[in-house]
Design a protein around this ligand. Structure first.
Ligand SMILES: [Zn+2]
Length: 263
């Protein structure tokens, strides 16, 4: 009897840096410490699209335990040196990955108007799109899809659909699916280039049953969709509801991460 293979998809937010009100941890420090731990445990880090490919085509080829790294919301801290709110410089996720010879996936918000509305209170952090193409070409960071507008309360256009604000689970129409999936994929793929926009992360981790049960299974541009359910991926799981762990929520120290990975 074989123990079930387990995949741990870890999620970091590069805007979580010291000095921001809601940053309980510095996710740049956490990413570096997590990669040190993974090396010590000898646990391989796979590209998310590769893990998805194996899950679909040949799960037997996956290691017994493996990790994928994902980054949500696509602030510039994912890619380039930026000054934080207290003026200090933070090493971007791309450079941390490079030091550790690892790869990750950034789930970015497509709409430029939404990004501008969302980032206004986060100044000086930006959610630019000018780095997507370089990141995708670098082999360090793949660009994934985090919806059109993150159904974020700061987004002006959300005033026309107030019942959807911070409720991505309520996305339940073809019209909304065309916006949150197709329009977002088109926008991101055009800018980030070949290989981008193949995986989706539900904003706030909120699964839309309409997307997961009906819309996504009937298309072939997005290969898998990710929640924040806080459990490991095992063979046979629903490809449109693959779980992730979130730094600062499901683990808050290297010790807690170790326990989670060895569970
Ligand atoms: Zn998000």
């Amino acid at each position: 009897v074989h123990a079930a293979r387990k995949g741990f998809v870890l999620t970091f937010h590069s805007q979580n840096v010291t000095g921001y009100e809601h940053a309980a941890l510095d996710d740049h420090v956490a990413l570096d410490e997590s990669l040190n731990l993974l090396a010590a445990l000898g646990m391989p880090v796979l590209r998310l699209v590769d893990a998805v490919h194996y899950l679909r085509e040949s799960p037997d080829k996956l290691p017994a335990r493996y990790v994928c790294l994902t980054f949500d919301d696509g602030t510039d801290f994912d890619w380039r040196l930026v000054k934080g709110p207290t003026g200090q410089i933070h090493e971007p996720f791309s450079s941390i990955l490079k030091r550790h010879e690892a790869t990750g996936t950034s789930f970015v918000v497509a709409s430029p108007e939404a990004r501008e509305d969302i980032m206004r209170p986060l100044q000086p952090v930006q959610m630019s799109e000018d780095w997507w193409h370089d990141a995708q070409q670098s082999g360090l960071i793949d660009i994934g899809v985090h919806g059109w507008d993150h159904v974020h309360p700061s987004v002006t256009a959300m005033r026309s659909t107030p019942d959807l604000i911070e409720r991505f689970d309520r996305v339940a129409s073809r019209e909304q699916a065309l916006l949150q999936i197709d329009k977002a994929v088109d926008y991101i793929a055009t800018r980030a280039g070949p290989g981008s926009a193949r995986v989706f992360a539900y904003p706030y981790g909120q699964v839309s049953d309409f997307l997961a049960d009906s819309y996504l299974p009937a298309q072939d541009r997005i290969l898998a969709a990710f929640t924040t359910a806080g459990v490991a991926i095992e063979e046979g799981m629903d490809r449109w509801r693959l779980p992730r762990f979130v730094c600062g929520w499901h683990w808050r120290s290297p010790d807690e991460l170790r326990k989670l990975l060895l569970d």
